[in-house]
Design a protein around this ligand. Structure first.
Ligand code: ADP
Length: 365
């Protein structure tokens, strides 16, 4: 928990040195050239005589704040005498203490940012944008991660009500409970996708050469039963190239696009065509369907988080699929967009830059 907190804030500008690492690592970092504006001393590791560590921190890091984490049995009053020249703050090692530490780190990182903003006028815009982006990412992660526990608890209680008290609830009560469970499950689905989305932010694509023909066959085999049931087809206009991409992430993109073509099909028998085109140094892959299409106003919006076009409520889904596709494609340095008109179908196109021509083979008819 402490490690995650420090790592998260480290990225945001509050450089923290912590005794959560082992003694050698800690002292190497303390004596290093690295900039730290906070030193967190946990009084728990056996190697840490915190008096000595605090004194050493003060000596080698005179400008860093020294924070001591103490076991929860100590009351605040008992800890106050620990404050002094060497220790600036004492927090209990529980959630309240972690929260206080998180606030302190956030304040330090924002001061650090203001400092760097003032220092370099040309960096102002870039830094401000970066700050907003980072804050948004932190919020997305915090919401999707920290709400998991209370939500799971709520689902467990709803489960207990169903299992043990259904008879006592009567018809109306059971209906309300069904409704509650449906919405809790939906919230769980949305949170899981949000967490996934957040994790993709830091996941560097593990790129390998991927034969897109073979990847498409895998996606089609996943939907084989549904396609047979609805009499739909997925065809390739020509052979697809081999792209240097993260296979798992690319599978996800293709699965989302073909899944959507199936979900948003029209009365006509579904026909999906996949094609590829090399434009300068990038490959463009297009997934075309003859489904319900998308109104002009919605074509940009649907790539945002939880955004769905008009009429989508009749179909299952959370509105996160295309946001996830957009993030994956952006992680590969590409773009994704759609051309569509209501009633006549859509074509979703994404680009993947391929600088090394040797790595990607052209499609052969
Ligand atoms: P979801 O499928 O869960 O609704 P997505 O992010 O994958 O979420 O898609 C967002 C919205 O874009 C969908 O709700 C739908 O309105 C629209 N959409 C996506 N793909 C298609 C498609 N092939 N044809 C028509 N509309 C689509």
């Amino acid at each position: 928990m402490l490690g995650t907190l420090l790592a998260r804030n480290g990225a945001a500008g509050a450089a923290a040195l912590s005794t959560a690492s082992d003694a050698q690592q800690f002292f190497e970092a303390l004596y290093s050239e690295e900039q730290y504006n906070i030193v967190v001393i946990d009084d728990r590791p056996r190697w840490a005589d915190w008096h000595a560590v605090a004194a050493a921190s003060r000596k080698y890091r005179p400008y860093a704040l020294v924070v001591l984490l103490v076991s929860v049995e100590h009351t605040v009053e008992q800890c106050e005498h620990l404050l002094g020249d060497d220790v600036a703050a004492v927090y209990p090692r529980n959630s309240a203490g972690m929260l206080a530490l998180a606030r302190l780190l956030a304040t330090l990182s924002s001061q650090q940012r203001h400092f760097s903003l003032r220092r370099d006028a040309t960096a102002v815009e870039v830094d401000a944008e970066e700050v907003v982006r980072e804050e948004r990412e932190k919020l997305i992660y915090a919401v999707s991660h920290d709400l998991q526990d209370p939500l799971q608890l709520a689902r467990r209680y709803a489960g207990i009500l169903t299992d043990d008290y259904e008879n006592a609830l009567g018809d109306d009560g059971t209906k309300v409970l069904d409704h509650l469970q449906f919405n809790l499950n939906r919230t769980q689905e949305m949170l899981d996708e949000l967490l996934d989305y957040s994790r993709l932010q830091s996941a560097r694509p593990e790129k390998t050469p991927v034969d897109m023909n073979e990847l498409l066959s895998e996606v089609v085999s996943l939907y084989r039963l549904t396609l047979d049931e609805i009499g739909g087809s997925v065809t390739q206009q020509h052979a697809l190239p081999t792209l240097v991409v993260d296979r798992r992430q690319m599978l996800r993109v293709m699965q989302n696009l073909i899944g959507n073509a199936i979900k948003f099909r029209s009365e006509r028998p579904l026909q999906v065509t996949v094609r590829a085109q090399k434009v300068r140094n990038e490959w463009r892959i297009g997934v075309k369907d003859n489904g319900i299409g998308i109104a002009d106003d919605d074509t940009k919006r649907i790539f945002g988080m939880f955004e769905r076009a008009g009429g989508a409520d009749e179909h299952p889904g959370t509105g996160m699929g295309l946001a996830i596709c957009k993030r994956i494609i952006a992680n590969h340095g590409g773009k994704i967009w759609v051309r569509s008109s209501p009633g006549s179908g859509s074509v979703f196109i994404f680009s993947i830059p391929q600088t090394d021509d040797a790595a990607s083979s052209p499609p052969h008819d």
